[in-house]
Ligand binder design. Sequence first.
Ligand code: SF4
Length: 402
Amino acid sequence: MKKSSASKKTAANTETGANTETGANTETGANTETGARTETAANTGKAASAGAGSGGKAAAKKTSAAKKAGAAKKTPAATKAATGQRSAAGQKTAKKTAAKKAAAKKTAPLKRQAPAKKPAVAPKKATAAVKGVAPAKTVTPASPRGESRTALVRRARRINRELAEVYPYAHPELDFENPFQLVVATVLSAQTTDLRVNQTTPALFAKYPTPEDLAAAVPEEVEEILRPTGFFRAKTRSVIGLSKALVEDFGGEVPGRLEDLVKLPGVGRKTAFVVLGNAYGRPGITVDTHFQRLVRRWRWTEETDPDKIEAAVGALFPKSDWTDLSHHVIWHGRRICHARKPACGACPIAPLCPAYGEGETDPEKAEKLLKYEKGGFPGQRLKPPQAYLDAGGKPAPPLGAG
Ligand code: SF4
């Protein structure tokens, strides 16, 4: 099933709780996408390293133990050798010095040989391999070790094709009716869920339907409306500042060019691509926290910087796939391949995934980890695209339903 053009136009965003890019940031500072990305990267780093964390510590202990053992064994040996030399030389001062030098020479290389960082990697790989193979009697994890560029491109595109079948109705999960609402909703989506934003924006846009209205708003009144989204003071500053910039610099219209969008307060590349891809139909890759986590799990790239991830992944796909690819990846991250407990046992792309086994592999237990419509629960949009409803998707609970 294909997404209708209406859904492509109207859909918007990406996730949220993860969707850190703009808004969220902190109450203290300017709401910049970069700041949020930093936070996202840090979080992701934590998540990504979670599996390796214990292995890393174990390796550190091992290294330290190895150093101690090495020192304990080698030092007496060296001393013994030095003593032997001294006896043989009849305790001549010159030879004593030579023996000391020899002992020193022996000891020095030992210190240098002590493995510093390499062992930190091994346990991680070993753990991953054990986890991946042991419970996975029916799935053989993909092994991209030594994977050629061509093979990587094929595997990446196949994953996207599989995900397109799993999520034929994937769409942005923020409700919006025009580019202004989309850019504001995307800014508000940082550090909260799209559902929360969708439950908040109707009141905001009812009171301030245009950039001119929001630019002239009393901040305290906007803060009260945005309070449920968290970081409401910073978000209020962002959306009012954004609206003022739209009025002063772009005639009250949201620009349709990347270079203009990123000049708006609180708008970085991620938000810009959400707007371009979903309000203007221009291809863009949305690198949110889910996207970062998943493409690294799939070993599409080892990059950690969002801009570099965007470039690396973009090079694996034709431009025309970029927007839908973003939706597929983000939807998979929200529904199945979670940060802490990926539901590997219920994952349709497990045979293509080198990280299979990082999460629960028992099918029954994995099934219980599924979220949103995959887990039988409502989605996040109050006004979802028709294609989603036609495919059996469940809209979010109505406002006030809790
Ligand atoms: S859920 Fe597991 S198998 Fe599926 S993509 Fe995520 S890590 Fe890979």
